[in-house]
Design a protein around this ligand. Structure first.
Ligand SMILES: Cc1cc2nc3c(=O)[nH]c(=O)nc-3n(C[C@H](O)[C@H](O)[C@H](O)COP(=O)(O)OP(=O)(O)OC[C@H]3O[C@@H](n4cnc5c(N)ncnc54)[C@H](O)[C@@H]3O)c2cc1C
Length: 325
């Protein structure tokens, strides 16, 4: 029986365990279950190599309130920082164990089922993020194009290719910068006329690339169809000012979605599409918490926000005895 099972070994999950160690919960009473073969799967998959990881991301003020804190660093330094926390706090992480079900017990606590086993815990913290299934476009993509369509930047190394990045947030801007550095021809399709969501660093870098004609930005462009043009993707736009064009690669940067069904099946109460959370990110099921990107809302999350949520959850847990069993 574990005191605490944490699902997801990303920034939220690891900092939750570090907070628990900080208040004296023994390492062997905390178990982290991670579906990937290493911690921080989303960072490894979606961040370009050497990406500057910004402490103040999406305008979220980088004031740290818990034991973990991100300063501006690279992707690799961020992963090393998390490696060190796992080592120093002697965290027990079971990798390659995707959680498939969580069952609340009538007497209190939870049973957690994974691809590799069944566990029981007093408290359960879900920190699985929203990037497990990246958002996809509404139009159909011909299956013949699958190898030329991407939802991340790390699976295939691209060089000397004509790439279309689709999106208008920080991820899209960072993908453009990375693809240019790798020697690709880059076009960005954004459905709005103005960039409203970019952090100032990314906005400045993107506009500088445009000024140097290293990125072409199709502002106010909406793709309505993706066609197979002799094995290459041809994007058809709604607006006549943007004629249809064939590219070597399409890279979507459309964010992710809360895994609503997974959470609803557990029995968590929702208000529309948003889980109802009380103090310390506790759900309607006492002892079950949602932290990190999962609870960050529409604006999206950041690493320091995930760290701070873990700290807040732990502060609340310290004041609140386990539900009776
Ligand atoms: C391209 C990009 C750039 C970004 N740049 C920055 C930046 O510069 N600065 C910043 O502060 N933030 C940045 N962010 C945001 C930041 O990465 C997230 O806010 C942060 O990773 C959220 O942490 P999390 O632990 O909630 O979720 P995640 O990092 O998504 O971690 C969730 C973990 O849960 C695991 N998991 C999922 N489902 C299961 C399951 N069923 N069972 C077990 N494990 C599971 C996943 O494998 C993953 O390891 C960026 C995001 C992207 C996509």
């Amino acid at each position: 029986m574990h005191e605490m099972i944490i699902i997801g070994a990303g920034p939220a999950g690891i900092s939750m365990a570090a907070e628990a160690r900080g208040v004296g919960i023994p390492a062997d009473k905390i178990l982290i279950l991670e579906k990937g073969d290493a911690h921080s799967w989303a960072i490894r998959k979606f961040y370009p190599a050497s990406k500057p990881v910004l402490a103040n991301y999406k305008g979220i003020n980088a004031v740290c309130t818990g034991v973990m804190c991100l300063t501006d660093m690279t992707k690799e330094e961020t992963l090393t920082y998390i490696d060190r926390v796992i080592e120093q706090c002697e965290l027990q992480v079971h990798y390659k164990e995707a959680v498939t079900a969580i069952r609340p017990l009538a007497e209190g606590g939870f049973v957690v089922e994974t691809s590799g086993g069944v566990y029981q815990t007093g408290r359960c913290i879900i920190a699985i993020g929203i990037l497990d299934k990246p958002n996809k476009p509404e139009y159909r993509i011909p299956p013949t194009l699958t190898k030329r369509i991407h939802y991340d930047i790390t699976t295939v190394a691209l060089k000397d290719e004509d790439c279309l990045v689709v999106g208008g947030g920080d991820t899209a801007a960072e993908y453009c910068q990375f693809l240019v550095q790798q020697g690709n021809h880059v076009t960005l399709s954004y459905r709005r006329k103005e960039f409203a969501r970019l952090n100032p660093v990314n906005l400045e870098s993107l506009l500088a690339l445009e000024a140097r004609e290293q990125v072409t930005i199709l502002r106010g462009s909406n793709i309505t169809k993706m066609e197979d043009d002799g094995g290459r993707p041809r994007a058809v736009f709604q607006e006549t000012e943007h004629p249809a064009r064939t590219f070597d690669r399409i890279i979507y940067a459309l964010g992710g979605t809360t895994p609503v069904n997974f959470l609803k099946v557990i029995g968590i109460e929702f208000d529309g599409e948003v889980p109802v959370l009380t103090q310390g990110y506790e759900t309607s099921l006492p002892g079950l918490y949602l932290i990190g990107d999962l609870s960050a809302g529409k604006k999206g999350g950041s690493i320091n926000l995930a760290f701070n949520m873990a700290a807040e959850a732990m502060r609340y847990i310290c004041t609140c005895p386990l539900p009776a069993r």
